[in-house]
Design a protein around this ligand. Sequence first.
Ligand code: GLU
Length: 455
Amino acid sequence: MKSPVRVRFAPSPTGFFHIGSARTALFNWLYARHTGGKFILRIEDTDKERNSAEFLQVILDSMRWLGMDWDEGPEVGGDFGPYFQSQRTELYRAKLKELVDKGKAYEKDGAWWLRLEGARSMVFDDHLKKEIEKVSAAPMVLQDLVRGRVERAEDRDFVIFRSNGEPVFHFVNVVDDIEMKITHVIRGEDHLSNTSKHLEIFKAFGVTPPEYAHIPLILKTDGPGKMSKRDRGALIEEYQQRHYLPAAVRNYLCLLGWTPTDGREVLPIEDIISQFELSAIHQSNARFDERKMAHINTQTLRALPADELNALAKPILSAAHLIDESLSSQRLAEVLAIVQEKIISLEHLPEFVGFFFTNSFKKDENALANLTKKGGDPRARIQELLPHLESCAWTEGGLESAFNAAASAHQRKPTDFFAPARFATSGQGGGPHLLGVLRVLGRDTTLARLKSFIA
Ligand code: GLU
């Protein structure tokens, strides 16, 4: 029987949490959840100069925000800790000694080297401008779950512990994968070139290596380059600040190198988990597409259950000073119910619904300019409409009859009155269904705004 799946995400907290790291974490998490295995978070913080507590916190917060819970790791614990490499130095020393005792590692110039197996000869190295020892080691053959067969030979011994006493990335990475009983290494393709070294270290320990899945790079929106931390839209934190829905960001990340089998692009995480297979990860590079992410966010937002939308909207509108504690949750729910089908992003929620809560709402100049194009003088239209609204029942049916009555009284189309009424009450050129807007605004507010528009 195969041992249960244990995968890990192993970030180095040397910078903010970006799209690429989040996608690697996510693919590990999905695979663990798909197989019923364990998802381990291991912090690769051996580079003391470049690691910071602030960056670690960003990683933990962003992972939680995206809903990626880890079964073992920082703040959670587990049987294979500590989960910070900076706290595992004793172990690394002991494992180095093990290799030295076996004759697989040796000391030279203060550093510790892994001894490759193979025929040795001295060759002149053009780059180093000196004679070096070359090893004709057998190529390492990797059957990568994404890339397929990859063959590569290391041709010289390499350092695993530096002369300053600090272990090298390759060494601690493999030691921890062994000690933490990792069964699958799912990581970015930029690590593919390291894998032959890693396989050599596994071989030196006499341990069967895990399965590998090297996932494709994420290219920036335009051009051939890889998405970097400096590219626009690269940081997860940014989406959090812009009130993107975490489920939407996560959904989009899943599409960077993987396609749901049922053909849907916007789908619940449970369905993604059940469909996710490492063998279905694309070999070709993915391309970051901010517009697609925004689109998925919009779709997810419009499908959100009302109570979730209300809970998310409340702090955003409070922060924009549009609502306070005195606003009833029923009133908020009423407003959100009519805007939900038209909303693009919670980021723009204050501008989108502000006019429901304040009389000093912003007026869209373009909308004002467009008003006269259709239906003639907007003030005249409001003048004609007003008496019909003053006497109608304040329901969508009643409002509709009032628009119809104004139209037939002045030989016009009901729609001639729509844009002026919308602008006069909301300052906008578009938005949710107008009759719904007026119903929710209420009779008093609507009539007052129409009157002040004429005046
Ligand atoms: N600390 C490495 C990184 O951040 C992890 C490499 C791996 O996943 O094996 O890229």
